[in-house]
Design a protein. Structure first.
Length: 256
């Protein structure tokens, strides 16, 4: 990848060196420079007739920002995010939301369907929704949201985050010991993806978990203030089934 080669070195690289590594022409790289500088700002490619190209960016930025921008500008991922949150959309709706033609939507769906096929995930039409292996579906979206939305962004409200953090207060101590800053972010997406899928009626084929006993379940279910906040924020009541679905994901991702 063009930007990755520049990011991985502090040295200047010539267009010919980059073109050789990327197996493309120097002319095509030169033509992309202006667009890259506009799309990925504040990352900027400096040019020198004698020395070549060098990437500059603020010290507090990492290459994660580049991935985030790529995902934000990807028609395929915008489509997948759209049908994740909205399971009632038909082809005409997709055309309007994505500002594309009918043939483009058809190609887009086929491309995504081909990508998902090895994961036993399907794209159902009229309305469009993701079906199939629920564990794979949720893991995909957790990974996607983690890459697209950086520390300052979140596709859900702050209240959603706070509800999840409240839920953490109920869980066993070994779980809390594993809850580092990075794990908390991952677990937040894990919870929100699971709850979004549950709100659309998509259940995991989970097995009973021995550590989710009646004591822990009752401790959560009898906390009327938390239960009220959960229902008001998430939009549906927290039940033993939903609780077991959430904890099953934590277990499958080795947090419990």
């Amino acid at each position: 990848m063009f930007l990755k080669l520049l990011f991985d070195t502090d040295e200047w690289l010539t267009l010919n060196e980059l073109a050789t590594q990327l197996n493309c022409s120097a002319k095509s790289l030169r033509n992309d420079l202006r667009a890259i500088n506009e799309i990925f700002a504040p990352f900027s490619i400096s040019t020198s007739v004698k020395r070549g190209l060098q990437l500059s960016y603020p010290e507090n930025f990492t290459f994660d920002y580049i991935y985030s921008v790529i995902l934000s500008n990807s028609l395929e991922f915008n489509f997948l995010e759209l049908i994740f949150f909205n399971e009632h959309l038909k082809k005409r709706d997709l055309e309007e939301y994505l500002y594309v033609s009918t043939p483009t939507v058809s190609r887009l769906i086929k491309k995504c369907a081909d990508f998902f096929a090895p994961l036993a995930i399907k794209i159902q039409s009229s309305p469009y929704r993701i079906t199939g292996n629920e564990i794979q579906i949720q893991n995909f979206y957790v990974a996607y949201f983690s890459e697209k939305y950086l520390a300052t962004d979140f596709p859900y409200s702050k209240k959603h985050e706070s509800i999840f953090l409240e839920l953490l207060n109920f869980v066993p101590q070994p779980f809390k010991n594993k809850s580092t800053h990075l794990n908390i972010k991952h677990l937040t997406y894990l919870s929100m993806v699971c709850l979004t899928r549950l709100s659309h009626g998509n259940l995991l084929e989970s097995e009973p978990l021995p550590f989710l006993g009646k004591d822990l379940e009752n401790k959560i279910m009898t906390n009327s203030m938390f239960m009220c906040d959960f229902q008001k924020t998430i939009g549906f009541k927290l039940t033993p089934l939903i609780l077991s679905q959430l904890f099953y994901l934590y277990y499958k991702n080795d947090y419990l």
